[in-house]
Design a binder for this molecule. Structure first.
Ligand SMILES: Nc1ncnc2c1ncn2[C@@H]1O[C@H](COP(=O)(O)OP(=O)(O)OP(=O)(O)O)[C@@H](O)[C@H]1O
Ligand SMILES: [Mg+2]
Length: 471
């Protein structure tokens, strides 16, 4: 079941002791309230927008960007001077701050993504969700809120979409109205435009935080406990095949990244993703990204092909960003044929649901396998399932860590080793509860120990590990 992985010769590098941050880390505070801008009157806003368009037009008339010399920063400084001068020539009654804002917004239009720049500059924002030009939501600290930021009209929003997708060599138009792209900082972008999007162009941006969430944050945010972290560390080092399950935006990729951080430095890691989101620190990593079809509908290379290819690359570990199609069966087969220590995620709302999803995905991919055979593949491939969940109120937690034990008849047997038990909700609807060690000892413990793990038995004594602070 575990292949012939040699025992770890070099022990994993010692890690810094984990400290609970006294205050939440800036840039990824889970509780930070969404900023509220003061809303100017409609007439004032219209006047401001007209002035902005006018300045932008005059700037374009006066300027030949290609003829400007220097690095980006010095060009931006020169353009800023020109816009400031143009703004001063306007007779409109603008306050000092309004003038400053005007110049900043014209520069955002010229060099960036217009109105989105203010949102992109806020590191606490994790998602930007644009439903047509006038409705932009953000997620901040786990909570969704409507912003005051707007595009002028569909054309203005389309201009920003075009700027993004053309920078990655794609097009978004009637022929390909649904596009994936990325911002320069790595943020994941999906745009859908009419006729598919009924109420105007829409775009979803998953921010790629400058400051990724680490194990210290997991513990500081009560997303898991020290004991769970220690256990997961041992499981990854010991070469277990781990499946992360969770719903949309539940924190699967973040968890995959953090689990991958436990892979010993002397192993060769191959990562396969649709959009490169993982940020592994190990020196020996081969990163691969799937490719969508070109404008003629040709040249697509999916996760499955990359996975099959990766098997010829002598990987010690295969990390697949997400299994959502035919690659699922290949992944299980790879895990079953000696590629231990592989990690992947799947979109499912519970551990049991994950099994069903895998069955559906394998069947939908056209493989003619009886359910029992698929379950058998699953049960012998996956050793551990870790569930990520976004709870009501916005907190993200590791809610179960489950051992897959095997099959009994038609049923896959599993046991929870650690879990989060919800106990109630605050007046704002935020769920609170406790992490517990269930008292069950995983069957693979001896195996982990034979791989050098020093996991103590006390980790598995039935007890409450931590209780959320209420309020
Ligand atoms: N434990 C956590 N505490 C606070 N925020 C978190 C935590 N885990 C993830 N996040 C944040 O939640 C957002 C979603 O995380 P992530 O991209 O990992 O989710 P996902 O399940 O992979 O989403 P998708 O289904 O869209 O692929 C990110 O902004 C991430 O920074
Ligand atoms: Mg993800």
């Amino acid at each position: 079941m575990f292949g012939n992985r040699p025992a770890q010769t070099a022990p994993p590098a010692p890690r810094k002791p984990l400290k609970r941050p006294a205050t939440s880390t800036p840039g990824k505070s889970p509780e930070a309230p969404a900023a509220k801008a003061v809303k100017p009157s409609r007439a004032k806003q219209d006047e401001f927008n007209q002035l902005k368009s006018k300045l932008h037009r005059r700037l374009v008339e006066q300027l030949d960007l290609s003829a400007m010399e220097g690095d980006d920063e010095s060009i931006r400084a020169s353009v800023s001077e020109i816009v400031t001068r143009l703004a001063e020539q306007e007779e409109s009654l603008l306050s000092y701050n309004e003038r400053k804002r005007l110049v900043a917004e014209v520069l955002d239009e010229t060099f960036g993504l217009g109105p989105l720049e203010v949102l992109l500059a806020d590191e606490d924002i994790s998602d930007i969700l644009i439903n047509g030009p006038q409705q932009i939501y953000v997620e901040k600290g786990g909570k969704l809120s409507l912003t005051d930021v707007q595009f002028r009209d569909d054309a203005h929003l389309m201009h920003a979409i075009d700027k993004i997708v053309s920078s990655v060599g794609r097009r978004c138009d009637e022929v390909s109205p649904m596009v994936d792209a990325r911002l320069k900082d790595g943020s994941r972008v999906n745009a859908v435009i009419p006729p598919l999007a009924i109420d105007g162009p829409s775009m979803s941006i998953r921010r790629f935080g400058a400051d990724p969430i680490t194990w210290e944050d997991y513990i500081g945010f009560s997303s898991c406990t020290e004991e769970m972290r220690t256990f997961l560390d041992g499981c990854v080092v010991g070469g277990l095949n781990i499946l992360i399950v969770g719903g949309t935006g539940s924190g699967k990729t973040t968890l995959l990244n953090n689990l991958s951080s436990f892979i010993p430095e002397d192993e060769r890691i191959v990562t396969i993703e649709d959009a490169a989101e993982l940020r592994l620190r190990q020196p020996h990593v081969v990163r691969m990204e799937s490719r969508p079809a070109n404008i003629e509908g040709k040249g697509a290379i999916g996760i499955r092909e990359l996975l099959i290819n990766s098997l010829r690359m002598r990987p010690d570990r295969i990390v697949v960003g997400e299994c959502r199609g035919a690659e699922t069966l290949d992944m299980l087969q790879a895990m079953n044929t000696g590629h231990d220590g592989s990690l992947t995620t799947i979109h499912a709302n519970s551990t049991r649901d994950a099994v069903q999803r895998v069955e559906t995905m394998v069947m939908m991919a056209g493989f003619d396998l009886p359910t029992r055979a698929i379950r058998q593949q699953f049960a012998s491939a996956i050793h551990l399932i870790v569930q990520a969940q976004r709870l009501t109120g916005g907190a993200r937690k590791i809610t179960t860590i489950t051992e897959v034990q095997g099959m009994e008849g038609e049923i896959i047997t599993m046991q929870d080793i650690f879990k989060f038990e919800a106990m109630g909700a605050s007046s704002e609807g935020k769920i609170h509860g406790q992490f517990v060690s269930t008292g069950l000892r995983p069957g693979f413990l001896e195996r982990l120990r034979s791989h050098g793990s020093r996991m103590s038995d006390t980790l598995f004594e039935r007890r409450v590990l931590s209780v959320d602070k209420v309020g």
